[in-house]
Ligand binder design. Structure first.
Ligand code: ADP
Ligand code: ASP
Ligand code: MG
Length: 402
């Protein structure tokens, strides 16, 4: 059997944790399995590297940031293979260039295009545990790229797909996927199983237990994922196409504090304005989320939307530069907002779900700034300071702990 095991930052945070990971990998290896390990950077290394760069330059060039950030994963893979050697098992650490993990050139948010498997296969044939850097890739200009925060999960799933692995395990610091972040909602319930679609929505809406693109890839290539803890033997959560358990109305609550709101006030009420605004932002790779447009009055209207907090300054710069083309009379922005969402295929057929969510927020005195819905989710934009309280209130209202 070929197994891909991915360990996140907290699972390799120090020497003892690295030895723990080494032992868990050896357990599988000794059973005769082929083991490919994907690692994140140790503990808060990535955050620390970002802070270091910003001390020197508040707007560091993205290519140079990738050069810096890839060092985190390079350190952890080297240390794990050194640990495996100490325990008498042959291992080899490889980075994105050595494997050849080809990505697009969007620094800081690159997408994997292709992974060469020859080198990995060759090392596995030599009976080695192969330890690979998560999060990083290489582009056609022979530069390092990174896949976006949390991207090591995506490396692991892509490798599992490319190698036709029998199993892809994501080891983290909680026992699996819960009905809400267990650090915010202490009585959240661990899910035995969740569908790709629901997990994709949860991840996209802020449940950072899995990188959303890893779920997208898992669905596309039919890679069954298991999310479990590196610190115990508990069973974890299986992410797959169909689940057997009875469908609840909603499967979880997700919160995303990495949001900011921009409003263009008084734009002309004529065709093409929304196109111009969003096209200019898309060209600069700025992701837009909830969009709200007011009904036109006296020839003008307002367009509001959300972006990631890190992109706010850049988005505002682009808008200010093109304010005339966008015909905006005024541009407003707000950094301290968060999105809280409920997700679940069961809500499709139930008209009372939205009202129940809004009632829970009303009972807490929480004001809703924007609303967005799809067939299987409802998202509200609220004050960032209310996010945890809102998550708990909504989780309670739907009795998800039962
Ligand atoms: P890793 O470093 O292992 O990749 P992350 O910090 O990226 O770990 O993701 C794990 C964290 O995700 C957990 O510690 C938890 O606080 C958070 N989380 C958010 N939503 C959920 C959820 N629905 N289920 C489980 N964990 C969640
Ligand atoms: N080390 C990277 C990060 O902190 C990638 C990851 O952890 O998945 O975002
Ligand atoms: Mg992660």
């Amino acid at each position: 059997m070929l197994i891909v095991k991915k360990f996140g930052g907290s699972s390799v945070a120090d020497k003892d944790r690295i030895m723990n990971v080494a032992r868990r990998c050896i357990e599988e290896y000794k059973k005769g399995h082929e083991v490919v390990v994907v690692l994140s950077a140790m503990g808060d290394t990535t955050d620390d590297l970002i802070a270091k760069a910003k001390e020197i330059n508040p707007t560091p060039p993205k290519r140079e940031m990738d050069m810096l950030l890839v060092t985190g994963e390079q350190m952890s893979v080297a240390l794990l293979s050194i640990a495996l050697d100490a325990l008498g098992v042959p291992a080899v650490a490889l980075n994105a260039f050595q494997v050849a993990m080809h990505t697009t050139s969007v620094h800081g948010n690159a997408r994997l295009k292709r992974i060469d498997t020859e080198r990995i296969q060759h090392e596995l044939d030599d009976k080695k545990i192969v330890v690979i850097t998560g999060f990083q890739g290489m582009d056609k200009y022979d530069d390092f790229t990174t896949l976006g925060r949390g991207g090591s999960d995506t490396t692991a799933v892509a490798l599992a797909a490319a190698l036709h692995a029998d199993l892809c395990e994501i080891y983290t610091d909680v026992d699996g996927v819960y009905t809400a972040d267990p650090r915010v909602v202490p009585n959240a319930r661990k899910l035995e199983e969740i569908t790709y679609d629901e997990m994709l929505d949860m991840a996209t809406l802020g449940a950072k237990v899995l990188h959303n693109r890893s779920v997208e890839l898992a669905k596309k290539y039919d890679v069954q994922l298991v999310v479990r803890s590196s610190l115990n033997e508990n069973e974890g959560t299986v992410v797959k196409e169909e689940v057997e358990v009875e469908k609840k109305l909603i499967s979880g609550v997700a919160a995303d504090k990495n949001a900011a709101r921009i409003s263009l006030i008084g734009v002309e009420d004529k065709p093409g304005i929304a196109f111009k605004v969003f096209n200019m932002l898309a060209k600069e790779n700025i992701n837009i989320d909830i969009i709200l447009q007011s009904v036109g009055r006296d020839g003008t209207k307002d367009i509001s939307f959300t972006v990631e907090k890190d992109c706010l300054d850049e988005a505002i710069q682009i808008i200010e530069k093109n304010k005339d083309k966008m015909t905006a009379q005024k541009v407003e922005s707000e950094r301290g907002v968060a999105k809280v969402s409920i997700v679940g295929a069961g809500m499709m057929t139930d008209p009372g779900v939205a009202a129940k969510m809004f009632e829970a927020l009303y009972n807490e005195g929480i004001n809703i700034k924007m609303i967005s819905t799809s067939e299987i989710r409802i998202t509200v934009l609220i004050d960032e300071l209310d996010a945890d309280r809102a998550t708990r209130a909504v989780h309670n209202a739907f009795k998800l702990e039962e």
